[in-house]
Design a protein around this ligand. Structure first.
Ligand code: PAF
Length: 274
């Protein structure tokens, strides 16, 4: 696997490379990321990944400094997964001057996760557009685990007419249902035992909806109470339309149940398509 940190070196390495499929990451890779690399391989000739912990998408009270940086182990995993090229810029490579031009996503950036992480989706959209301009891939893979991020990036790509196919990668789960996440490492052993409750509740909501229950606010309320009874502090639990994450309109069937909740100091997010 080639590794480049400077933009001109990466561009030179990608000249005449056939169909490039890109998987951006912030590192601390787990099996969920590796499955995105495998999907990328199935969609193109050259798989490019990036590792960059993007300061712009972290709020002042979030875990930017604490975010796990495991570069050597990540490189070994990417090599084993058959990734061809890794772009691993420093902050100076990617933001040599303050990033004053930024992408302002629409109103949805202030809802769901955005309500609790002001500026997060602006930071994500800005870095991803910049990475797209640097790598110039034909396709890019993002995990469905970050469903709102995937939706924002898919709609940004479409509305700005970027010639890039956006592919949603399925969430990889532990045997007990917990979605794999870099933040799972923060959980204590007791919290780790409790954590799969989030997935079980989302699965129950999906089953209720499949059985014809469209009283979404009551389903959300019941899940909220159960989480709170077991010590969780919930930011949101919501049933939305898959396409734009707006409230479900009558008759719309493609829905998604999303949640973000805190166990101790760890904020977990998850979702299930219905
Ligand atoms: O999902 C992530 O790891 C990040 O939000 C991304 C897409 C790499 C942008 O920094």
């Amino acid at each position: 696997m080639q590794i480049h940190s400077a933009i001109p070196d990466l561009r030179a390495a990608l000249k005449n490379k056939g169909r490039v499929v890109f998987v951006p990451t912030m590192g601390n890779l787990h099996a969920g990321h590796i499955s995105l690399m495998q999907q990328a391989r199935a969609h193109g000739e050259t798989v490019v990944s990036s590792i960059f912990v993007n300061r712009l998408q972290f709020g002042p009270n979030e875990d930017f400094d604490k975010y796990p940086r495991t570069f050597e182990a990540d490189c070994a995993k990417l090599t084993a997964a058959g990734v061809d090229v890794l772009f691993a810029p420093t902050e100076v490579d990617l933001y040599p001057e303050p990033q004053q031009y930024q992408v302002e996503p629409p109103e949805i950036q202030h809802q769901l996760d955005g309500e609790f992480r002001p500026g997060h989706f602006r930071g994500v959209a800005t870095v991803v557009l910049k990475l797209f301009n640097i790598v110039q891939p034909q396709a890019a893979v993002f995990g469905k685990k970050d469903y709102q991020q995937l939706m924002v990036l898919r709609n940004m790509t479409r509305q700005l007419a970027l010639p890039i196919e956006i592919i949603g990668g399925e969430t990889v789960r532990a045997d007990d249902g917990l979605a794999l996440s870099s933040r799972n490492g923060y959980l204590s052993p007791t919290e780790r035992t409790e954590a799969p409750r989030l997935y079980r509740l989302l699965s129950r909501i999906r089953q209720e909806i499949r059985d014809g229950n469209r009283n979404f606010s009551e389903l959300e309320r019941q899940a909220l109470v159960e989480l709170s009874d077991h010590g969780w502090r919930t930011d949101y639990i919501a049933v939305r339309q898959q396409s734009d994450l707006q409230l479900p309109q009558p008759g719309v069937q493609a829905l998604v149940a999303l949640a973000a909740s805190r166990l101790g100091a760890t904020r977990l997010i998850d979702n299930i398509e219905v």
